[in-house]
Design a protein around this ligand. Structure first.
Ligand code: GLN
Length: 290
């Protein structure tokens, strides 16, 4: 085994053969879509798109390229999420910079953006609470050019990434980045819309998450305390205080949390206007109004 490995290193290897080897390695590591991921990694390595790989089928890789590429594959074999290895994830058809300091954007969060666009008019003052890499703030800024948007996060590292993404899409002048815990710095009845994807996983379930999530994504962005409701309940309380009459709270929530949260919202004298379910039929976004 050792001997043949040595031989393989010395001999040039075509992209085609290398892809095959990578697919096998990823498969053995239990990666769900080994071919797709191997292709994405190789294309990223050569800075080309996936289809172009097939035009380079017979190109031979040198030893140093093999070593460098193998280092990327090893990270994926160690279950580091592909988005962190590539340094990006697509959301709302835009590429966002992501690092392990921020949660990787999930497709469900597009329902939050859609709901804001459906209910809140251009020019409204909107706050993205817990902005992470800035997806909600940046997408809303692009879609609502007259709105002033605040992107709030407790983590300075996340704010830097959100700022980078805003600059990249030329909406940085429209967004104010604030390091704060929820909405402590906003005055009562001053806000038209709060949009958020708060941490909502119950603490006791965090360790049951896939290694990609548990070992790599920031727990502060996932852990919603007991029952997963701590942060969301605080957010609802703050919404009651900071929203103008008629203002909107639009947030993503966790599996099975809807009933309890609807009660919490009503306690704040707010009305639930819509429940949006995700691709698996789970109530995922609550749209409520003061
Ligand atoms: N708003 C960001 C997102 O939706 C970050 C959310 C978070 O950190 N909980 O991905």
């Amino acid at each position: 085994m050792f001997m043949s490995d040595q031989k393989e290193k010395a001999a040039p290897i075509s992209i085609k053969a290398f892809l095959k080897k990578t697919i096998h390695q990823l498969k053995m590591a239990g990666i769900e879509h080994p071919r797709l991921e191997a292709e994405v990694l190789l294309a990223h390595f050569f800075n080309i798109d996936r289809l172009q790989l097939y035009t380079l089928w017979e190109k031979e890789l040198g030893e140093s390229e093999i070593k460098k590429f193998q280092a990327l594959v090893s990270r994926r074999i160690g279950h580091e999420p592909l988005a962190y290895i590539l340094g990006k994830r697509e959301f709302w058809s835009l590429d966002f910079l992501v690092t392990p300091q921020v949660l990787i954007p999930r497709p469900e969060t597009e329902f939050v953006v859609e709901a804001v666009l459906a209910h809140v008019s251009d020019g409204a003052l909107i706050i993205d609470v817990g902005t992470g890499c800035g997806i909600i703030a940046v997408c809303l800024a692009r879609e609502r050019p007259k709105s002033r948007i605040y992107a709030v996060d407790l983590c300075e590292g996340a704010l830097q990434i959100a700022r980078f993404n805003a600059i990249r899409y030329k909406v940085n002048n429209q967004i104010t980045f604030l390091r704060a815990d929820l909405l402590s710095c906003f005055s009562p009845h001053s806000v038209d819309c709060l949009a958020a994807n708060p941490p909502y996983i119950p603490t006791r379930e965090i360790f049951t998450l896939a290694p990609e999530i548990y070992n790599f994504e920031p727990h502060s962005a996932l852990d919603g305390g007991e029952n997963g409701l701590e942060c969301i309940k605080n957010l609802i309380g703050e919404a009651g205080r900071t929203l103008k009459p008629g203002g909107w709270l639009i947030m993503e929530v966790g599996y099975g949390q809807k009933d309890l949260l609807v009660e919490e919202i009503q306690k704040q004298k707010m009305y639930v206007r819509k429940l949006i379910s995700d691709y698996s039929g789970i109530d995922r976004v609550i749209v409520s109004q003061k």
